[in-house]
Design a protein around this ligand. Structure first.
Ligand SMILES: [Zn+2]
Ligand SMILES: [Zn+2]
Length: 954
């Protein structure tokens, strides 16, 4: 008998397994997607829809991807997928940044025989060895021709891209991987050159002598974004500059007699810049004091005088007079060790934060010095060469590095009696992000995009840029203030570099005047066309006479290359404008928060300088990944979590779920423990899907679905709840890119609305009513909509799992939720009234469960179906419960409910006195009444042998 009973219950199985086994199965699904040409298929499906363009910020083509790359690409993929399902045509063309120093450095390392570099790129090293052999070069010869170096760089970048590409694909990121954009594509190189040409045409490009961040190791100027600040020990010294005109000084301080033996005191942490000193700056409005001290008469700013005198051991100094800075202007001073007289000048950059209130000014070595120097027409003589050593022509220490010179200069100052104090200061100092070594400020001839240059419309680039920031929408909102302040404060953009592996600045410069050729625009286009054919080599190997004819003798080709940030900053033109499936401007740029000073800014500036606006409407930034304790990841700390490792152990869907569940506006924490939590969430979602799919396995919507109006009341309510979820996710969270809110809501929905409520109640009806009965088909109709909807909503994040479930649901392994718009949950006519009633019932259920739980703990009852419940409901609750009639017991999952109305709500739970039905497990008086089926209740007898029960409410 018991075997028969089991057969009469609708307990169905599903091919959707309990365990995802993602790490093993995902690669197979990826192969299927590739065979299916899913990206191309999606283009056909989405053809004609409005475009949504997320322009990919190109990762640098060097090294394997790390967890930060994974976060970045997964966020992009979630957006592209959710936009696609929202009804957009959202093509995704991934890109790579290919030129620049890091790759050139790798090639240098290979030429120098660096073991690590060789192990990472053996084929390239073999080419170097072969080249040397063919050209009769020494095995240790590191000076390879520039053209060959570029060839190697190109090949090296290509290899790196292939590695990174496979890892990105493994994450489930869908894009045009067969046809990505590379900044080293010939066509792209040509279009980068054209962007430069347009900026020149618009008058924003100029050549200048200017101090730039200079890395000695790189042998090149650095972009702002390549500079990072680290603590460094520097010598901090106080240096006396003797006043040359005692009478003039006396007049300035209102003293009668000329003042001899007086000095203006400066304070500096870069003694090596003193040979380039051309002035001492004071602030016009600050008060300066003249002291008579044991170490001579000293001029100091009032606010810092006491501290300074203490440093010099001159606390008993006598104040001789005071004056405002303005009166010190043009006072001549003697350079402390060079035969040079330098003026006192006035500058706004002078503060009373530290030092003496008098600022050593070397226009060749500082931006502010340079600016104030220009006002006073000071010379910019720069004694320091590209290699960080004083040039042969330098007045002192020729051949020394600036770091070697520091102590020597301190010694020289001591010898000259000009050193008043010396100590070591630990302070924040700019470093090369690549070499982690301190950089210097050094003036060189460079090309700039001028922030204060007036374009053809008479407005400055900074004006344009400010306006562009204003017009951009930021996620999170604080990004605006950040970019705004960066634009407000940024200096001109130095775009020239003196390297090999970069897009050349294809200008002809007049040998005498240094002016660009008057037909530069036209010539540049001619060069660009050649670059389209042969790449940047077309410029480097170009014979100027080919384009200039006889004029070639008067012109030289510029050998500078472009800052690599210019390359990526031009991709909106070189990619968005050029590829037919894309559009300009992009809807969205999305990168890590460091790109406010990198790509977001370089793109904004090239956009403004060419088109007068930003190349994007929205900017989204995400934080960096840290470990569980909030520490940065580093090999030395051993806390690095690699995406490849997660893919191979847990699966990409787990990584994707972690990304989506984490609030990316701050730092994203990851650890084994955190991933375990993610895996638990995944398992709960998977179990929900499994329940849904199992109970739909005999349901064919075309054949079995009931009209919504005919559904059992609680099923219609379930549709209302699913509709709420749908509206919230597709109306708020996905459009606002608030994926962690979406995930939290979906996980909550699965456990509360589904698991703990509707599905729990539904089990009785699904299992015990006849398979084809209206009662069961009603449940399945609603389940089917809920499942379609839920899989759609999950699909942008759990791209593998949602697909897997979709195939089970629809029996079509070529289909995907991605090919469909969000599933519209059918509207329910009496939704509001229904929701009001059922929203009141749900808390009661919780209260009843609590009572049952208490009885169970007391050992009075076993399963909740053993309970009989008597409810006294207050006036507010009573009608909602009464409306459910006898079916209230199904809602509460008990065997009997007694309901009455009273002052306040009260719940009494008692153990049923009746027998348990073997089939439905309810405790009912009818069990034993049927002669042939003494172990079944009347309801089960009807469900198995009769027409089956009718359900209206639950
Ligand atoms: Zn460097
Ligand atoms: Zn029964």
């Amino acid at each position: 008998m018991s075997l028969d009973v089991k057969k009469t219950v609708n307990l169905l199985d599903t091919p959707f397994p309990m365990r995802g086994d993602l790490a093993r199965r995902e690669p197979g699904w990826l192969k299927q997607w590739q065979a299916q040409q899913r990206y191309q298929k999606l283009r056909q499906i989405a053809a004609g829809r409005p475009k949504f363009i997320l322009h990919d910020g190109p990762p640098y083509a060097n090294g394997d991807i790390h967890i930060g790359h994974a976060v970045n690409k997964i966020l992009k993929d979630i957006i592209v997928r959710s936009k696609t399902q929202s009804g957009f045509d959202a093509p995704y063309v991934p890109g790579w940044d290919c030129h620049g120093l890091p790759i050139e450095h790798q090639i240098e390392k290979l030429t120098k025989g660096d073991k690590k570099a060789i192990a990472a790129a053996p084929t390239i090293h073999a080419r170097i060895v072969e080249y040397r052999k063919q050209h009769g070069l020494e095995p240790k010869d590191v000076h390879l021709p520039a053209a060959f170096t570029r060839e190697l760089c190109r090949e090296y970048a290509g290899l790196q891209i292939e590695r990174q590409k496979q890892d990105f694909i493994r994450l489930g990121v869908l894009g045009d991987w067969d046809n990505p954009y590379l900044t080293m594509n010939f066509k792209t190189e040509a279009d980068i050159v054209r962007t430069l040409g347009r900026i020149h045409q618009n008058d924003f490009l100029f050549k200048g002598e200017k101090p730039v961040h200079w890395c000695i190791e790189c042998g090149s100027a650095l972009a702002e974004a390549e500079v990072e600040y680290e603590d460094k020990d520097s010598p901090a010294i106080d240096v006396a500059f003797r006043v040359l005109d005692g009478q003039k000084l006396a007049t300035a301080f209102g003293l009668a007699a000329p003042v001899d033996d007086a000095s203006a005191v400066i304070w500096t942490t870069t003694p090596w810049t003193l040979p380039a000193n051309q002035a001492v700056s004071a602030h016009a409005e600050l008060t300066y004091q003249l002291f008579d001290t044991a170490r001579g008469k000293l001029i100091l700013v009032r606010e810092l005088a006491a501290a300074a005198l203490k440093r010099y051991g001159c606390e008993d100094a006598r104040l001789l007079g005071e004056t405002v800075g303005a009166r010190l202007e043009h006072l001549q001073l003697a350079h402390p060790f060079l035969d040079r007289s330098v003026p006192m000048i006035l500058g706004e950059h002078v503060t009373t934060d530290a030092g003496t209130g008098l600022v050593h000014t070397a226009p060749a070595h500082g931006v502010e010095d340079f600016q104030v120097g220009r006002l006073y027409s000071l010379p910019i003589d720069n004694p320091v060469g590209d290699d960080g050593r004083y040039k042969k022509s330098a007045p002192v220490f020729a051949g020394d590095t600036v770091w070697e010179a520091n102590p020597k200069i301190v010694a020289l100052l001591t010898e000259r009696g000009a050193l008043l104090a010396s100590e070591t200061l630990n302070h924040s100092y700019p470093h090369c992000w690549r070499h982690k070594t301190p950089i210097i400020f050094r003036s060189t001839a460079q090309w700039f995009i001028g922030m204060e240059k007036h374009g053809r419309d008479g407005r400055t680039l900074r004006d344009h840029a400010n306006e562009a920031v204003e017009a951009t929408e930021f996620f999170p909102a604080w990004g605006r203030a950040r970019l705004e302040s960066m634009i407000r404060n940024r200096p001109d953009w130095c775009v020239s570099r003196q390297r090999n592996w970069g897009v050349p600045m294809t200008f002809f410069v007049h040998k005498e005047t240094g002016e660009l050729h008057p037909r530069s625009g036209e010539l540049l286009e001619a060069v660009a066309r050649r670059i389209e054919e042969r790449g940047i080599e077309a410029w480097f190997s170009l014979d100027a006479a080919e384009l200039l004819g006889a004029e070639a003798a008067d012109y030289r080709k510029l050998t500078d290359t472009l800052d690599v940030w210019f390359d990526s900053g031009s991709t909106h033109y070189a990619v968005l404008r050029q590829r037919p499936e894309l559009a300009w401007p992009a809807n969205l740029y999305l990168e890590g928060s460091d790109q406010h000073r990198g790509w977001f800014q370089s793109s904004l500036l090239t956009g403004c300088a060419t088109e007068g606006r930003a190349p994007y409407d929205q900017l989204l930034t995400h934080g960096f990944v840290v470990d569980g304790e909030g520490r940065k990841m580093s090999k030395s700390k051993g806390n690095v979590v690699a995406p490849q490792q997660i893919n191979d152990s847990l699966g990409a869907d787990i990584l994707r779920l972690w990304v989506a569940s984490t609030d990316y506006s701050g730092e994203l924490a990851i650890s084994d423990k955190i991933l375990k939590g993610t895996t638990d969430s995944y398992r709960r979602l998977r179990n929900t899907l499994r329940f849904l799919l199992a109970n739909l396995s005999d349901f064919d919507p075309a054949r079995d679905a009931l009209p919504v109006a005919e559904l059992v009341e609680i099923d219609r309510y379930a549709l209302v709840l699913a509709g709420r979820l749908h509206d919230e996710i597709t109306g708020q969270h996905y459009p606002r890119y608030a994926f962690h809110n979406a995930m939290q809501r979906i996980v909550g929905y699965c456990s509360d609305e589904l698991g703990a409520f509707w599905l729990d109640i539904l089990k009785d009806r699904l299992y015990t009513t006849p398979a084809g009965s209206a009662a069961r088909r009603s449940a399945q109709t609603a389940l089917w909509h809920v499942t379609r909807s839920l899989l759609g909503l999950l699909s942008p994040v759990l791209c593998f799992t949602a697909d897997e479930a979709w195939h089970v649901l629809n029996g079509d392994s070529d289909d995907s939720p991605l090919f469909h718009l969000w599933h519209e949950v059918p509207a329910v006519d009496d939704a509001e009234a229904l929701a009001a009633r059922w929203d009141a019932v749900r808390p009661l259920r919780a209260a009843v469960n609590k009572e049952i739980e208490a009885r169970r703990e007391a050992g009075e009852i076993g399963a909740s179906l053993q309970a009989e419940v008597d409810i006294v409901a207050d006036a507010a609750l009573y009608p909602a419960l009464a409306a459910l009639g006898d079916e209230l017991k199904f809602v509460l999952i008990v065997s009997r409910v007694g309901l009455s109305q009273g002052e306040t709500t009260a719940i009494t739970v008692a153990s049923s006195a009746y027998r348990k039905c073997e089939r439905c497990w309810h405790y009912l008086p009818s069990v034993g009444e049927h002669a042939e089926h003494p172990t079944l209740c009347a309801r089960c007898v009807d469900n198995v042998f009769g027409h089956g029960e009718t359900r209206a409410h639950a």
